[in-house]
Design a protein around this ligand. Structure first.
Ligand code: PRT
Ligand code: MG
Length: 217
């Protein structure tokens, strides 16, 4: 029997929204990662285990083959670059939009038109750099690890690039979204080498995820 198949995913919204898909694929975690502190969790299938990682680390674990499969947001994948990964299924879960947002009253369109140099705070430096380069907007990027919404309020940046779902966080901080960078959803990712060497083990589970996603939509 080949080694157990490992699926890397993060706690919180990715785990919560993946659970129903896993159930449809016939995989039930034996523990709740929010309760247990375990980072490796067995499942109802002897040959499948879950590895609990930080959301932004998921592609790295799969790229290096420390997990065979993973579930990661397009935001995280774009920032990682996707080397060594196969991305066969858009799972259509954990959806949101990556947006440029500014303080209410800040004239973003006017600043862009004038060719002003904008200070942009974001966790998504690579994605933001490419976005503004495409638009021909001059930017200085400020790399933050969280709470981007604070940056324009305290004068650290003119704008942020962050994820927006309900819009409540922007509103609560007197910010408005002014431009979409990209729509975001979570993808199934697979280690390319593992897929080549163990197709018999991996193809069925990829197919099951694809089917579970279709049935769901
Ligand atoms: O929390 P940690 O620092 O470990 O990592 P993380 O924040 O990247 O993880 P997590 O679990 O919060 O998000 C995992 C993935 O969920 C992301 O990589 C996205 O692909 C996806 N996702 C979907 C979101 C959102 N929607 C989302 N709204 N991730 C984060 N948010 C945050 C956003 O950054 C902002 O602070 O929620 C806030 C805005 O929400 P609204 O509803 O107020 O607009
Ligand atoms: Mg978070």
């Amino acid at each position: 029997m080949p080694a157990a198949l490992s699926i890397a995913l993060s706690k919180g919204r990715i785990f919560d929204e993946t659970l129903p898909l896993l159930a449809r694929v016939g995989i039930r975690p034996l523990e709740d990662p929010e309760q247990s502190r375990k980072l490796v969790i067995g499942t109802s299938r002897d040959d499948v285990r879950l590895i609990i990682v930080r959301a932004s680390d998921t592609p790295t674990y799969v790229q290096h083959g420390a997990a065979d499969i993973g579930i990661a947001g397009k935001d995280v994948l774009y920032e990682h670059g996707g080397a060594g990964l196969y991305q066969p299924v858009d799972l259509g879960i954990a959806t949101c939009r990556m947006m440029v947002a500014v303080r209410r009253g800040f004239d973003y369109a006017g600043a862009v038109q004038r060719g002003a140099r904008l200070r942009i705070a974001t966790k998504y430096v690579r994605t933001a750099r490419e976005h503004f380069a495409r638009k021909g907007v001059h930017v200085d990027l400020i790399h933050l690890y969280g709470s981007m919404e604070l940056a324009p309020i305290v004068g650290l940046a003119d704008a942020i690039v962050d994820l927006v779902s309900s819009g409540h966080t922007l509103k609560a901080n007197a910010l408005v979204a002014v431009e979409e960078v990209m729509p975001v959803s979570a993808r199934l990712i697979v280690n390319q080498a593992a897929l080549k060497t163990r197709p018999a083990q991996l193809q069925p589970i990829i197919g099951a995820f694809a089917k579970a996603t279709q049935d769901h939509q």
